[in-house]
Design a protein around this ligand. Sequence first.
Ligand SMILES: Nc1ncnc2c1ncn2[C@@H]1O[C@H](COP(=O)(O)OP(=O)(O)OP(=O)(O)O)[C@@H](O)[C@H]1O
Ligand SMILES: [Mg+2]
Length: 325
Amino acid sequence: MQKSDKNLLDINNLDISFIQARGAAHALRGIDLTIASGEILALVGESGSGKTVTSMSIMGLVPIPPARINKGSLLFKGNDLIGQPHAEMRKLRGKEIAMIFQEPAKYLNPSLKIGEQITEMLVLHLNMSKKQAVEKALEYLDVVGLGKSRRVLNSYPHELSGGMKQRVMIAMAICCNPSLLIADEPTTALDVTLQLQILKLIRNLKKQFSMGVLFISHNLGIVREIADRISVIYAGKIVESASNQNLFEDTLHPYTRALLQSIPDAEKRGHRLRAIPGSVPDAENIPSGCGFHPRCPLAQDMCSQEIPLTKDYGNGHSAACHMVH
Ligand SMILES: Nc1ncnc2c1ncn2[C@@H]1O[C@H](COP(=O)(O)OP(=O)(O)OP(=O)(O)O)[C@@H](O)[C@H]1O
Ligand SMILES: [Mg+2]
């Protein structure tokens, strides 16, 4: 096993295809990502760009087959998660690496009370007694802003509002004190006020528990509110990575620029948002050269011929584009 102490998570050149009868879908094409403890890395890109495949691969939940890992490594605390036995991954999931989802309703069991669902995790992963687990569950409900509420503990999911369910799911995710929290579009289904509350909660939890967070979104406006660093993904490739400030103030990649112009934020209210023309290629038909060239306003001949290398532009800012000089 390779060892590296620098980062909590260190994904190197991870390359994954789904093998199907009609051909291979090349979902991740050699991605690099790092997350340190106490850092929120946002992964941003349009639908179909590879965000969920990335998070599922960290959780060890990409089904092999049909998926095939072509190359790369996925170091968590220095240990490569690729090829780990299912039993090992099951121990890590929920305890060391936890995940929250867009739709809490799909994740919470409708036929079990909230209390039973949280205490089950604590008994399973931390060997707590039932009584200890109930106390701990109440503490975590308090941490996520629901108060030490026995009423919530004794409720079924359908008895709670959308925002409360989201908070319960976050309580379940963090109750075993994970080192890494993965949040896949956790606020997309919520209204704006609730979105901001949940973002604030995640930011506070990161600080309080010094977790690393992988925050997935298609919306750069949301990401700006929460991320320390941002990686932009397009057609299974990271096209730009930078600190939050540098990505917005010194944007290098034309795709990032196009995403920025499509942020639905207050400043732009009343102006027409610019949707990015064309659509994300599907993973079975990725264009030659730079995957973005058919939609890129700056594309030249070489962009359809050569895959651009990722270059470092200083201060941890990197981009993969022939037209950045
Ligand atoms: N099980 C699978 N079999 C075949 N192709 C797949 C499979 N899972 C994902 N893909 C393909 O991999 C690519 C990336 O999918 P992924 O779900 O990671 O996108 P995403 O960025 O999470 O999109 P969204 O914003 O819609 O959630 C897509 O082209 C998708 O069709
Ligand atoms: Mg997804």
